[in-house]
Write a protein that binds this ligand. Structure first.
Ligand code: ADP
Ligand code: MG
Length: 405
């Protein structure tokens, strides 16, 4: 079955259209540090504005606990959206309450309102079908149609992603369409060698991905926080670095499976080890087998891949025809630990073939390091969603829009 697209909704002039965007941008003291996800939402929003719809934007931001928390307010995002659209954007101080209803009722054709953070309501992410459905019904009362465009959340069975799409006439937006086009190229006969680069900090989330990727890829490069569980699986001490002790046996299994399949797993041979988690901390380069043989001993923290690893990753990536990368190689937010991520990003820009960067922090990293969106084949707004897609998993937020592999 095919994905329902905007055209399937017919004329939207004068209709209230609830749009699920992924406006989950990184914020520091209420200042947006990377507005890539807001920009990625513009094509769909402009299409709806031009169609004369009354546009009701909903999104989550961060991980509040089902109640309002000022630091997770979408207000700064609504402000940024207004600047990027070049027109006023109304902001409702709640999601399905009085303020939301007032804001929606005040919309004229082609106007836009942003509602407050969906995750200020427990129903949004509830595992209880009834509670989730009840919240989705409240959202549905604010619209005549629903457009799903938050690619970063399509792997989640949540009220505004899944249930709402069942209640209102629904279709995918242009961002989801564009993301799918690229990811399908990665899963259907990718040019080889096909290399996947994994890093970042959501280690337990991402280790599981590896089992599904091994049958599909030629090379797997491991950096970021998960490298330490691999080094531990090789019998090395990792000091105070991120480590998933209970995953060491699983990782040993991956290494054995990769050998059997002839998949090359490249692990770091060196790392940048720091005295503490800080940009001013003393830091040194250590061999992967000697991470505790530094002045910091067992207190040392591995915060980036080392220069020899960066060079070998760079070469392995440039020699590939298809590359997917999720997860920074180190704590790139601090300059002393950004070199590994920069080396990998640089290599992706030189790939003779398709290069894709996925993940909120990974996308933010390449922009922060000065790369342009055009330097890559594609920058995906979805980290977890892209990975689950590549794993061949079912994505509830896409299936509810008629899509099937
Ligand atoms: P993405 O959002 O791209 O999917 P993640 O959210 O998994 O990526 O991880 C991003 C974070 O991982 C960054 O904030 C980065 O600082 C952190 N990180 C990378 N390497 C390490 C490491 N060795 N130790 C601690 N944190 C790390
Ligand atoms: Mg992240």
């Amino acid at each position: 079955m095919a994905l329902r697209t905007l055209a399937s909704l017919g004329s939207l002039a004068g209709k209230r259209v609830v749009v699920r965007c992924d406006l989950n941008v990184p914020l520091a003291d209420e200042v947006i540090t990377d507005d890539g996800r807001v920009r990625a939402s513009l094509p769909t929003l402009n299409a709806l504005i031009n169609a004369g719809a009354r546009v009701v934007v909903v999104s989550h931001l961060g991980r509040p606990d089902g109640t309002p928390e000022a630091k997770y307010s979408l207000a700064p995002v609504a402000q940024r959206l207004s600047e990027l659209l070049g027109k006023p954007v109304a902001f409702a101080r709640d999601t399905v309450g009085e303020s939301a209803h007032e804001a929606v009722a005040a919309l004229e054709d082609g106007d836009v309102a942003v509602l407050e953070n969906l995750r200020f309501n427990r129903g949004e992410t509830s595992k209880d079908d009834g509670e989730r459905r009840a919240f989705a019904e409240q959202l549905a009362a604010l619209g005549d149609a629903f457009v799903s465009d938050g690619f970063g959340v399509v792997h989640r069975k949540q009220a505004s992603v899944y249930d709402l799409a069942e209640i209102l006439p629904s279709a995918a937006g242009l961002l989801i369409e564009a993301e799918l086009d690229v990811l399908e190229r990665l899963t259907e006969r990718p040019d080889r060698p096909y290399t996947v680069v994994l890093g970042g900090s959501k280690v337990s989330d991402k280790l599981g991905v590896i089992a599904h990727l091994l049958p599909r890829v030629d090379r797997l490069l491991i950096g970021g926080g998960m490298m330490f569980t691999f080094l531990a699986a090789q019998g090395y001490d990792v000091g105070a670095s991120l480590l998933e002790k209970d995953q060491i046996d699983t990782v040993k299994g991956y290494l054995a499976d990769a050998r059997e399949r002839g998949v090359e797993i490249l692990l770091p041979v060196d790392a940048v080890v720091a005295a503490s988690f800080s940009a001013d901390a003393e830091h040194v380069v250590a061999d992967a087998h000697g991470l505790e043989d530094t002045p910091f001993g067992a207190a040392g923290l591995g915060l980036d891949i080392g220069p020899r690893t960066a060079a070998s990753f760079n070469a392995a990536i440039r020699d590939s025809r298809t590359v997917f990368w999720n997860g920074p190689m180190g704590v790139f937010e601090m300059a002393p630990y950004a070199a590994g991520t920069r080396a990998v990003a640089q290599a992706l820009t030189e790939v003779d073939g398709l290069s894709v960067v996925g993940g909120g922090d990974s996308a933010a990293a390449v922009r922060q390091l000065g790369f342009g969106d055009d330097d890559f084949g594609h920058i995906s707004t979805g980290g977890g969603a892209s990975l689950e897609f590549l794993e061949g998993k079912k994505l509830p937020g896409l299936e509810v829009l008629g899509w099937a592999r």
